[in-house]
Design a protein around this ligand. Structure first.
Ligand SMILES: Cc1cc2nc3c(=O)[nH]c(=O)nc-3n(C[C@H](O)[C@H](O)[C@H](O)COP(=O)(O)O)c2cc1C
Length: 200
């Protein structure tokens, strides 16, 4: 079967891409509004992109009415965000934070999560997350315009917070203790506790 994305509906293309590009890491992104309301939402079009400077990216598509998601609005307003790694223990709460809550409401409260003050940036971190990347905006790259068009957000990592209990030795994180989750297609997720090794 061959598919030309331009001849198909964006929802079918989305569905195929998110089932084929798997597993995807999940950036649980916290931001803060100009009024001081914290915002939290998951983004699985996400990856690290370099180490000097340490940088990462995630992509937030426009809503069906063409407007930008709250995460993008907040980052445009103050240029700061935190990417929190999602452990299995709070997977359900993470999905809850993907709900379409009012701009005035904090997803931390809606999902029963605790805020932890960040060190280098204003948006709070998620206390239940074992690793946080505190970021300053480098650039937002728009890809397309209108509904479902992407905004690729590139951030410079200014601080990495790692819980001491998951550090195996200097520079090494125990993946079993990290117990991060990844996103598959639809409602499906995977855990990093199932792994194999290949000698290189
Ligand atoms: C696991 C997961 C991954 C998601 N990944 C993305 C993504 O990569 N890009 C995106 O635009 N929306 C993604 N979403 C949907 C957003 O989380 C959702 O639209 C959310 O309401 C955005 O919140 P905000 O308006 O507060 O930024 C994802 C949802 C879930 C549950």
């Amino acid at each position: 079967m061959q598919i030309n994305p331009e001849n198909e509906s964006p929802s079918l293309v989305y569905s195929l891409m998110t089932q084929a590009i798997t597993p995807r890491p999940i950036a649980w992104v916290s931001t803060i509004s100009p009024q001081g309301v914290p915002n939290l939402a998951p983004y699985s079009y996400f990856n690290g992109i370099g180490s000097k400077p340490a940088a990462l990216m995630f992509s937030a598509v426009n809503k069906v009415d063409g407007s930008k998601k709250d995460t993008v609005r907040n980052i445009e307003a103050n240029g700061e965000f935190v990417v929190n790694v999602v452990p299995f223990a709070v997977a359900k709460a993470m999905v809850k934070t993907s709900g379409d809550f009012d701009y005035e409401n904090s997803e931390f409260e809606e999902a029963g999560l605790a805020e932890k003050p960040s060190i280098r940036v204003t948006p709070p971190s998620v206390k239940q997350s074992p690793i946080q990347f505190e970021c300053e905006l480098i650039q937002i790259v728009p890809v397309g315009t209108g509904p479902l068009a992407a905004n690729v957000i590139i951030g410079k990592i200014v601080l990495i917070n790692i819980e001491d209990r998951i550090i195996e030795k200097q520079g090494e994180i125990d993946p079993q203790l990290l117990d991060a989750i990844g996103r598959m297609g639809g409602r499906s997720y995977c855990r990093t506790t199932d792994r194999f090794e290949i000698q290189r």
